[in-house]
Write a protein that binds this ligand. Structure first.
Ligand code: RAT
Ligand code: ZN
Length: 417
């Protein structure tokens, strides 16, 4: 295998291996076609992404209800006019739309929304999935599967067939963040629970989790959690984590993915676009990793301020795998800063990015943008060791890149601590 001796060859090799890497996208909101309309795709969905709705609202004095009463096409027209025509679309979410158009071979310079809409007419979702996965080089992706969502639940119970490229993740936010309202749903579904978390109720929650693990075969269980997330404490959430999630996660050998730092609906008028960020307490992550060394934790945090301590925690606990630059962090400047810090503190042992795609097409831009930054930082890091006289072989670069874009996730799932 070729030995790299200079910065020029290094840059070429890193770019080539990063471009060729087959990606495992560990967190998306995409679905297999079994779920019908739950799988979003196409130009109008792309333009009405909630990140773009938040940006559009800054320019409008229209009441929120009026915006929500518009049809999808009218919303897309308004967003396009506001963010792409009346202003230059260089925010990351706007730029993403342009990258998708470019990669699909559409005329970006034409600024012609009608022609973009035409491109999608007659396309089937199955054809389009193949096209998007090929362009983005995503080989496998992880969905977000919430049994409390009725539309989704009924597909799991009646008609789910699956697609080997799409893996399930059992999402349990309602259980952890809203127990006092959600326990009655478990009761409805035949679990003998009451609001008070007595022994019987806790064992029924475990039975509920086990039933859904049997049904979905998820690669992990996950929850998005507020900045105030604390374990241990005297709260339903903390008790359910320690008495139900932790033991089931251990018995079934499925990691618990904690996505920490979301302040839900700080502006309810914006609906999905109305969530914000807050600083969280790393002590909870350290407590869980240390008290349950045989459990596996995947963790991403939303606040920039939490990133350094999260890296340090991962240095202390091998059962903690840090993943992704989440949501408001998925912007070039922050991805670059975080990736550099993670490579410096954790070497290759991290999952640098996930897409969080809510619209199939977004896989194209989210991965295109992240891939470029990861390649740049990786090149810098290799160059620093090349400068010491260390010899780097091409196959070693490929090995590292494969780990970063998927291998680390799959080996973590197999590890037995
Ligand atoms: O990034 C997003 O689209 C957010 O709205 C959330 O989906 C977040 O990623 C989550 O999974 O809760
Ligand atoms: Zn998400």
């Amino acid at each position: 295998m070729k030995v790299i001796r200079n910065a020029y060859d290094l840059r070429k090799a890193v770019d080539r291996f990063v471009d060729q890497a087959k990606i495992t996208d560990v967190h998306t909101h995409l679905f297999t076609p079994d779920f019908g309309d739950l799988l979003l795709w196409g130009i109008d969905e792309l333009i009405t992404y909630h990140y773009l709705i938040a940006e559009t609202m800054r320019w409008l004095d229209m009441p929120y209800e009026k915006f929500w009463s518009l049809s999808k096409t009218e919303q897309a027209d308004l967003i396009w006019d506001t963010l792409f025509i009346k202003n230059s679309p260089y925010s990351e979410a706007c730029r993403g739309v342009l990258t998708v158009l470019e990669k699909l071979g559409l005329d970006v310079a034409g600024r012609d929304l009608a022609s973009y809409r035409n491109f999608f007419r007659g396309m089937t979702i199955r054809e389009y999935i193949d096209m998007v996965l090929e362009i983005s080089k995503v080989e496998t992706l992880v969905m977000t599967n919430d049994p409390f969502e009725d539309a989704e639940r009924s597909v799991w119970l009646t008609s789910y067939k699956g697609d080997p490229r799409f893996k399930a993740a059992l999402r349990i936010d309602p259980l952890l963040n809203d127990w006092s309202n959600k326990y009655s749903r478990l009761k409805e579904w035949g679990y003998d629970v009451e609001e008070k978390l007595n022994g019987k109720t806790l064992s029924e929650i475990r039975r509920f989790l086990n039933d859904w693990i049997d049904r979905m075969e998820p690669v992990y269980m996950a929850a998005s959690l507020p900045p105030t997330f604390k374990v241990p404490e005297e709260s339903a959430r903390s008790i359910i984590v320690e008495e139900c999630i932790i033991p089931v996660s251990r018995e079934r050998d499925i990691p618990f993915a904690m996505m920490i730092g979301v302040k839900k609906l700080v502006n309810p008028g914006l609906k999905l676009a109305g969530d914000s960020v807050g600083k969280s307490d790393i002590n909870t992550v350290e407590y869980l990793c240390s008290k349950y060394p045989h459990n596996k934790f995947l963790v991403t945090m939303l606040a920039r301020e939490n990133q350094h301590e999260l890296c340090v925690a991962a240095r202390k606990f091998r059962n903690l795998l840090v993943f992704g630059c989440w949501w408001f962090l998925n912007n070039p400047s922050l991805v670059e800063e975080m990736t550099r810090m993670r490579f410096e503190l954790l070497g290759v042992s991290v999952i640098p990015q996930h897409s969080d795609a809510r619209v199939l097409d977004q896989l194209i831009y989210k991965w295109e943008h992240s891939r470029r930054i990861i390649a740049r930082v990786l090149y810098e890091k290799y160059r620093d060791i090349l400068d010491t006289g260390w010899v780097i072989r091409e196959d070693e670069i490929r090995r590292d890149v494969d780990k970063l874009f998927g291998g680390n996730f799959w080996s973590f799932l197999k590890m037995k601590f």
